[in-house]
Design a protein around this ligand. Structure first.
Ligand code: HEM
Length: 152
């Protein structure tokens, strides 16, 4: 493997680690720990945490797309092994889900916190939780496909 491909793979995996690791932390460590905290404290904290995390995910999306697209082109684009297409497909689904959470669901949380409408905020947080869980499932499929692609 050429040095450029190694660098691309390194960036790809680093960005994936930030994105998927952050989702695991949010879903399995942060969320359960906040279950008994009052909405007045919980929702502003969630807004602050995810406001920062989504910037990291935005950067990860750019790096995953650029490095993945570059490697895929080197693997022959449309002629790349089918598991690479599966990875890319689920990668795109993850990006669309992230875009929806960031630009449709998260602003609802922000508005609810500003207006102190806690039930509205809690509903939007629940929607975000489901979509993050969905993205975690997509990420497991994408990583599994990536590993499968080694056999080709
Ligand atoms: C548009 C999205 C994506 C494209 C075009 C893409 C493309 C690629 C390509 C071409 C490789 C090299 C494959 C190989 O060395 O056999 C790769 C590696 C990898 N990708 Fe992706 N990828 C994308 C998204 C993702 C996502 C979202 C994840 C995980 C959540 C992911 C996880 C991995 C992993 C773990 C590897 C390392 C595979 C290995 O070396 O065994 N990729 N990706």
């Amino acid at each position: 493997m050429s040095i450029v491909m190694n660098v691309a793979l390194f960036l790809h995996l680093a960005a994936v680690a930030v994105w998927v690791g952050g989702m695991v932390f949010a879903q399995f460590c942060l969320r359960p720990s906040l279950a008994d905290v009052s909405p007045q404290l919980r929702l502003p904290l969630i807004e602050a945490v995810f406001g920062r995390f989504f910037n990291w995910v935005g950067a990860s999306v750019i790096v995953v797309l650029a490095s993945g697209g570059f490697m895929m082109a080197r693997f022959g684009g449309a002629h790349a092994p089918w598991p690479v297409h599966v990875m890319a497909g689920f990668g795109i689904l993850m990006m669309l889900t992230y875009g929806h959470v960031r630009f449709a669901v998260f602003p609802r949380i922000r508005r609810a916190v500003q207006a102190q409408k806690w039930p509205d905020g809690a509903r939007a947080v629940d929607t975000m939780r489901r979509l993050v869980a969905l993205n975690l499932v997509f990420s497991v499929i994408a990583i599994g496909s990536a590993v499968l692609s080694r056999g080709f």
